[in-house]
Design a protein around this ligand. Sequence first.
Ligand SMILES: [Zn+2]
Length: 147
Amino acid sequence: MLFLVGSVVYFVYEGELATPNWVLLATAVLLLWFSFAMPTYCDFSTVRGTPCRNRVNGKLRGCHQHGRDKRDAVWRALFRVRNPGEFFRVRWHSSAVAAPQSVAGAARAVTRSTTQGTRDATIFVCTILSTVAGVVGTVASVLGLWK
Ligand SMILES: [Zn+2]
């Protein structure tokens, strides 16, 4: 389907863009699809050490159980910092359960392996770079900076 849409767009706008721009644009669209739309599995490491088998769209997205954990892993792997969204999370607990030792806003201990996050972060960086390159190439081509 993506290939069909890409082919139609290519033939409609064939003379508008230079070939390198088409390559950059196609790469950006492909990486965006791979990261956020491709039907795949969650693959977040479960407590049993096996990958989660819930269906998701995109390698960077997690299932309904692991979406937040997967985003946190990407932040840790990519920027070596906690997800900024963690600072706005409020932890609630029952009075029967001892209060957590961590400070408010510290949603969970950072003890999980970042191997999976590193792979996801690599995909994320490639997606961003390719998208920026595609947009810059398209703008440069429209402005006639290269032919
Ligand atoms: Zn999952």
